[in-house]
Design a protein around this ligand. Sequence first.
Ligand code: ATP
Length: 274
Amino acid sequence: SDRKTKSKAAPAYMTFDDIGGQDRAKRELTEALDFLIRYDEIQRLGIRPLKGILLTGPPGTGKTLLAKAAAHYTNSVFMAASGSEFVEMYVGVGASRIRDLFKEARNRAIKENKDSAIVFIDEIDVIGGKRDGGQHREYDQTLNQLLTEMDGIHTSVHPRVLIMAATNRKEMLDSALLRPGRFDRHIEVDLPDKKGRLHILNIHAKNKPLSEDVSLDQIAQETFHFSGAQLESVMNEAAIYAMRDESEAIEQKHLSLAVDKVMLGEKTDRESTK
Ligand code: ATP
């Protein structure tokens, strides 16, 4: 019965088709992931195995979605943590949390009969910022433990582990993280262009009733510089406006109001943090 309720809900996994735009990022990512999948060939040719992929780009562009889709694509378990979790942890706690994360990833992969494990670390810059001036920070041990885990990955041992990380401040990262054998594969995840925006709007319109007058193409045109997360908000806010109007479907005016709201909301957020 447990299984029955689960199958009714939206699938728990993410695929590349659920991610709008980002064609180049998807292509580069699947090319890199094929290294993980075609491991035997990689080894035969003596190619250095892939251990880490860094996703870079502004917030809300789909980096987490890409990491989740990567897990599905490679038949891997997905484990996630965020750099910000490690702030204000007592010395040593962050390092043991990293150790546990990798241990659990391996255990889950074995238990769930998966080929590999993907460990995703969002906001990697928080723990992996430049260590200049020889200054000791409380999360250096956390970073050191992460580097130790990366160096200790034996790609010939089942289950294989791949580390994915995301940042919107790549220039802040300590060079130790970027060395060969660590995060040596970088994929840019930029704000979507108009075609990408339309694709994202369509994805988030799937479960919503749209009135005949709706032109998502026009909304894509008007949302220059919006991220995927903001476009998701536009569709959601438009549905809320439709509900307030007691309208059965989302109309173009609801979408236009939603665009203004999301645009304005972002502006006031930004101003208030200054
Ligand atoms: P951050 O750097 O802030 O963590 P991110 O790049 O990891 O952001 P996600 O967490 O992947 O962004 O995206 C946030 C939400 O925005 C998603 O859950 C989804 O609803 C929507 N979204 C973002 N990008 C896309 C996209 N390319 N296609 C579809 N939905 C998207």
